[in-house]
Unconditional design. Structure first.
Length: 905
C-alpha cells in the first residue's frame, strides 16, 4: 500500500464541506470562520476543504529535501530566497496524486458545483501554535498564501499543489525568517469555493483602524475583489457612523477594474470602467447600511473588530468571502475626545484651569468608585488612569477615553449602562479600548465574579432608590460649606491660610461629591427606559410628547437664576426713571448710576442679592480666566437690558410651560386611556426622570460655585504675589498650575523667574487659539511624536443632527463663536454655535431656535430647549462653518434637520 492509498482510507476526515463541522485546527481560521458565518445565515458561497492532514502526509517524504533547500539560503540575498522558493515549488509540483484521490476530490466537487462552474482555490496556513496561524489575532496576514481565481475543473489538482507550494513562497520565507517562525512547523489547508463574478467589490473594516472608533470603513471598487485588495483599481472610501447611520464619502474617478478574462476562459484581465459609472459612487446608501449591519453581526460572532472582504454580483446579491481580525495594537494608543467636556471648557484654556480640572476629575471619581464598592486596593492600582482622565492638547481640554473606559470597567456593571453613558456624554461613537486589562478583571475572575457582581448590583440598586435623599444631603452639605465663603475676597487672607482652606475644602469634596456622578449615571438609564417605553407603547409617534411631559420642573437652579434676572427686568419696567436710565446709557454707566443713586436703592439691593448668590454664573464659568458676573456686574446689567427688549415675564414663562405640561399629560391620558397601569407606571418614571434632570442641573451649579470659590482663593493669593513682585498682575496667576501656585506659597517652586514663564505661556496661549483640533483624536505612543490633525471640512449635503426639542421655525442664522461679542439677538434669528453653557441662556431665550455642533439629548442645550419650548438640534458637526451668518434657514427640532432657504449676500 503506497502513500496515497493509505490517505484514501481517511477520506472522510480530510475532505469536508462547509455544511459540516470543521475545526480551526483542521482547515485554519480562514475557512473555519466561513463555516461559522454560513451557519449563522450569512451569504457565504459554497465550498469544501482539504484539511491539514492531506498536506502533512503529502510533505512527510519531502521534509528532508525542503529542509536542505532552506538551510542553504543566503538571507542577505533576495535572489537566493527567490531561488529557494522556486526549488521547493518544483519539489512539490513533481508529486502526482493517485487516481483514487483524484476521484474523491472530483466527487466532492461535483456534489457542490456544476461541471462548468468556475471556482477559487485558496490556501490557509495552520500552525501548531494558534497565534502563528493565518488570520489569527496576532498574525492575521502571516500566511501571505496564494489564491487562484476562475479555476476550471480540469485545473483543480494543479492549483491544489500550487497552494501547498505557497507555504514556501518568497514572501512567506522572508516573513517567517523575520518573525523567527519555524519553516516546517505549519500545515496548509486548501479551500475550493464557488467563484462569484463580483461587479462591485469591497473591503470593510468594522472599526476605524486609525482612531479605534466603532464606525464602519468601506473601500469599494468595480470588478472583483482582487483589484481592491491589491490596490490595482481606483476605489471609493466610505465611513458609516454607527451612532446615526450617517455616511461620509470620498468619491474618485474610477477608470479600471479587474474582471474574468472571457477570451482566455480563465484568469483575470484589466478593463475600463463604463464612462457612465466612473464618477458615480460604487455603492449606494442602502448597500452601505446593509454592509454596516452585516459587519456588526460578524464582529459580534467573532467578538473582535473584523476585516471583511466581499462583493455584490450583477443581480445586487451580497456575498461575504472572508473575515479576519483587524490588526491594531492598543498598548500605546490613547483615544481623546472633547465631546461633552467642551461644554465645560470650550476653546483654549489656561494652565490653572486645566490643572484644577485634572484634580477635580481625579478626586470626584475616586469618591464615586468607592461609593460603587470598588475595593480600595483596586482604586490605588489604577491611580495612573485616575491621574490622567483629562489631557491638555494645544491648550484644549480633552477627555482621555482610554482612562475613562478602563476605570469605568472597574465596576462589573459597566457593560450594562455603557451605551447609555456614551449617549449621555454625547460621544460621536464608541471606541475599541482594551477594557479587559483592568485590575478589576483580574480581581473578579472565577468564583469572585458572581459575588462581586451581585454586590455591585445590590449597591447600585440601593443608591438608585436613595438617590434623592443623598442628593438632598449633598445640597445641604454644600450650602453649609459655601454660605460664609460665597464671594469672599481672599486678597485679605494670609496666602498660607488660603491654601490650607483650599485643601480642607477638597478633602470634604473627596468624600461628598460621589452622589453627583451617580445621579448622572442614573439619568441616562432613566431616560433610556422612558424612551424604550415610549417606543414600545407607540407614544413616540408624537415627537413633542416626551418634551412636553418633561416640562414644568420649577426647581432648577439655572431656571431660578434666569427667573431672578427677568424679575430684575420687570422691576426696571415698573420704574420709569430706572427704565430711562437703562434705555439711554451703556451697561457700565447704568451700573455706576445704580450704585451711586439712592433713588434706586431697592433695585440695587436686589441686584447685589443676585450678584452674591448667583455671581458664579457666567459664560464659560468653569474657566478660571473667564470673568463671571461677580467679577463683571455689567454683564448682568447687559442681560437685563436684553430682557427689556423681549416680551418676557416670569409669569408668562411659567404659564406657558405649565400649559405644555398639561397638554402632554392630556395627550398621554388619551393615548393610554385603556391602560391605567401603564399610565401610572409611566407617570412615576417621568417623575423620576424629571428629578434626575433637576438634580443634575442643581448639582452642576454647586460645581460652578466650587470652581468660583477656588478661583477666588487663587486670585487672592495672586494679589499677594503681585505685592511682592513675583507676578506682574493678578490675572497672571491663570498661567500657572495649581501646584506651581502652592509651590510659591510653601517653598516647592521649581522656577525663580515666574514672570518669564508666564510670558512664554501667554504666547503659547495666543498661538493655540489659532489651532482648531477635531473632536476625536487617537494618538499612538508619545504625544509629541503624533501629529494632531486639524478638523477637515464636513462634506456638503443635508445638515442633520439630533432633534432634541420639536418645532419648525424659519429665520436668519446668527453664528456665534464668542458670546462675549454679542450684545443682543434679533427677533428673527436662529442661534448657531459650537457648544453652549448656562451662561448662554440670554442668547438662547432670545432666539427662535438653536443648532449646536456638539451635545446630546441630555446636554445643557437640549434641556434648555425643552424647558422653554425652543426648537433645538444638537450634534451637527461643522454647522458653524457650513452655515453663514445671515443665511435664511429652516430647522425642524423634531426630525433634526436644517435646510438653507437662501444664502446671505
Amino acid at each position: 500500500m503506497n502513500l496515497w492509498e493509505s490517505i484514501v482510507q481517511l477520506k472522510n476526515e480530510w475532505v469536508k464541506t462547509f455544511k459540516g463541522t470543521i475545526s480551526e485546527s483542521e482547515v485554519g481560521g480562514k475557512f473555519e470562520k466561513q463555516v461559522v458565518m454560513a451557519r449563522e445565515g450569512l451569504p457565504v458561497p459554497a465550498f469544501f476543504c482539504l484539511t491539514t492532514k492531506v498536506f502533512e502526509q503529502f510533505r512527510k517524504n519531502l521534509k528532508t529535501d525542503i529542509h536542505e533547500v532552506i538551510k542553504n539560503i543566503n538571507w542577505e540575498s533576495d535572489q537566493s530566497i527567490r531561488k529557494a522558493s522556486q526549488d521547493i515549488h518544483q519539489i512539490i509540483r513533481k508529486i502526482e496524486f493517485p487516481k483514487s484521490f483524484q476521484d474523491h476530490i472530483y466527487k466532492t466537487y461535483d456534489s457542490l458545483f456544476e461541471v462548468d462552474d468556475l471556482v477559487s482555490v485558496r490556501s490557509s496556513m495552520v500552525a501548531e501554535q494558534k497565534e502563528f496561524s493565518e488570520d489569527s489575532k496576532d498574525h492575521a496576514f502571516a500566511g501571505m498564501s496564494e489564491s487562484f481565481l476562475y479555476v476550471k475543473r480540469e485545473s483543480l489538482l494543479d492549483r491544489i499543489k500550487d497552494c501547498f507550494a505557497s507555504g514556501y513562497s518568497h514572501q512567506v520565507l522572508i516573513y517567517r525568517h523575520s518573525q523567527n517562525i519555524d519553516f516546517l512547523d505549519f500545515s496548509v489547508a486548501v479551500g475550493v469555493q464557488r467563484m462569484i463574478f463580483g461587479e462591485r467589490s469591497f473591503v470593510m473594516f468594522t472599526c476605524d483602524p486609525n482612531t479605534l472608533a466603532k464606525n464602519t470603513l468601506v473601500v469599494a471598487g468595480y470588478g472583483i475583489g482582487e483589484g481592491v485588495v491589491q490596490e490595482r483599481v481606483e476605489t471609493d472610501h466610505y465611513f458609516v457612523f454607527r451612532k446615526d447611520d450617517s455616511i461620509q464619502r470620498k468619491i474618485v474617478d474610477k477608470k479600471s477594474k479587474l474582471t474574468f478574462d472571457t477570451l482566455k476562459g480563465e484568469g483575470l484581465v484589466e478593463s475600463s470602467v463604463d464612462q457612465n459609472l466612473s464618477s458615480e459612487s460604487v455603492l449606494n446608501n442602502e448597500q452601505l447600511l446593509k454592509l454596516s449591519e452585516v459587519g456588526q453581526k460578524i464582529e459580534k460572532i467573532f467578538k473582535a473588530p473584523q476585516d471583511i472582504e466581499g462583493c455584490f454580483n450583477a443581480r445586487g446579491e451580497l456575498f461575504i468571502l472572508q473575515s479576519r481580525p483587524v490588526q491594531f495594537s492598543q498598548e500605546n494608543v490613547i483615544v481623546w475626545t472633547n465631546a461633552n467636556v467642551t461644554e465645560s471648557f470650550p476653546g483654549t484654556t489656561t494652565p490653572l484651569t486645566f490643572s484644577f480640572a485634572k484634580n477635580f476629575y481625579r478626586t470626584i471619581f475616586i469618591d464615586c468608585y468607592r461609593a460603587l464598592g470598588v475595593p480600595e486596593k483596586i482604586i490605588m492600582q489604577n491611580m495612573d488612569h485616575l491621574d490622567h482622565m483629562v489631557g491638555f492638547l494645544k491648550g484644549k481640554v480633552y477627555y482621555n477615553l482610554t482612562s475613562f473606559y478602563r476605570l469605568h470597567s472597574l465596576s462589573p456593571l459597566f457593560p450594562f449602562f455603557k451605551k447609555q453613558w456614551e449617549d449621555m456624554m454625547g460621544f460621536s461613537g464608541s471606541f475599541y479600548i482594551d477594557e479587559d486589562q483592568t485590575m478589576s478583571q483580574k480581581f473578579i475572575k472565577g468564583v469572585k465574579f458572581f459575588s462581586y457582581t451581585s454586590y455591585g448590583l445590590a449597591l447600585i440598586s440601593w443608591r438608585y432608590l436613595t438617590n434623592q435623599r443623598d442628593v438632598d444631603r449633598f445640597l445641604d452639605w454644600w450650602e453649609d460649606l459655601i454660605e460664609d465663603l460665597r464671594g469672599k475676597d481672599f486678597s485679605k487672607v494670609n496666602p498660607f491660610e488660603a491654601m490650607t482652606l483650599y485643601r480642607k475644602i477638597w478633602n470634604d469634596v473627596g468624600v461628598n461629591w460621589w452622589i453627583t456622578l451617580l445621579n448622572d449615571t442614573h439619568l441616562p438609564t432613566a431616560y433610556h427606559v422612558t424612551e424604550f417605553l415610549f417606543k414600545k407603547w407607540k407614544l413616540d409617534e408624537d415627537p413633542s410628547l416626551l418634551s412636553n411631559l418633561l416640562c414644568g420642573e420649577e426647581s432648577l437652579k439655572s431656571v431660578e437664576i434666569m427667573y431672578n434676572g427677568v424679575r430684575l427686568s420687570e422691576m426696571v419696567k415698573a420704574n420709569s426713571d430706572l427704565l430711562e436710565v437703562f434705555q439711554e446709557n451703556t451697561p457700565e454707566e447704568i451700573y455706576s448710576r445704580v450704585k451711586s443713586d439712592d433713588k434706586f436703592s431697592s433695585f440695587r439691593h436686589k441686584l447685589e442679592h443676585h450678584l452674591h448668590y448667583y455671581g458664579d454664573r457666567g459664560l464659560q464659568e468653569l474657566k478660571m480666566e473667564q470673568e463671571n458676573i461677580r467679577d463683571n456686574p455689567e454683564t448682568l446689567v447687559r442681560m437685563i437690558k436684553n430682557y427689556l427688549n423681549q416680551d418676557i415675564s416670569v409669569e408668562k414663562i411659567i404659564s406657558e410651560e405649565r400649559e405644555r405640561r398639561k397638554e402632554g399629560e392630556r395627550a398621554l391620558a388619551k393615548r393610554l386611556r385603556f391602560s391605567p397601569l401603564k399610565r401610572l407606571f409611566l407617570k412615576f418614571q417621568l417623575w423620576r426622570l424629571r428629578g434626575f434632570i433637576s438634580n443634575r442641573e442643581n448639582t452642576r451649579y454647586c460645581r460652578s460655585e466650587l470652581f468660583g470659590l477656588s478661583k477666588n482663593i487663587f486670585t487672592g493669593i495672586a494679589s499677594h504675589l503681585v505685592q511682592v513682585g513675583i507676578l506682574k498682575e493678578r490675572n497672571d496667576v491663570f498661567f500657572l498650575s495649581v501646584e506651581e501656585v502652592f509651590g510659591l506659597v510653601e517653598g516647592a517652586s521649581l522656577n525663580e523667574d515666574i514672570k518669564s514663564l508666564i510670558e512664554l505661556r501667554k504666547k503659547e496661549f495666543e498661538e493655540n487659539k489659532k489651532v482648531d483640533l477635531p473632536m476625536d483624536i487617537t494618538t499612538n505612543g508619545a504625544l509629541f511624536m503624533t501629529p494632531l490633525s486639524v478638523d477637515s471640512d464636513v462634506e456638503d449635503g443635508d445638515l442633520r443632527g439630533l432633534g432634541s426639542c420639536p418645532g419648525i421655525v424659519r429665520g436668519r442664522a446668527r453664528v456665534v463663536i464668542d458670546p462675549n461679542e454679542v450684545d443682543k439677538m434679533g427677533n428673527d434669528e436662529i442661534l448657531i454655535a459650537k457648544e453652549t453653557d448656562p451662561g448662554w441662556l440670554f442668547l438662547m431665550l432670545a432666539s427662535k431656535g438653536m443648532v449646536v455642533e456638539r451635545g446630546s439629548m441630555l446636554s445643557h442645550t437640549a434641556i434648555t430647549g425643552r424647558k422653554f419650548g425652543i426648537p433645538t438640534i444638537v450634534s451637527v458637526p461643522g454647522v458653524t462653518r457650513r452655515i453663514k451668518n445671515g443665511d435664511m434657514i429652516e430647522i425642524d427640532g423634531g426630525r433634526g434637520t436644517i435646510t438653507v432657504i437662501e444664502e446671505a449676500r
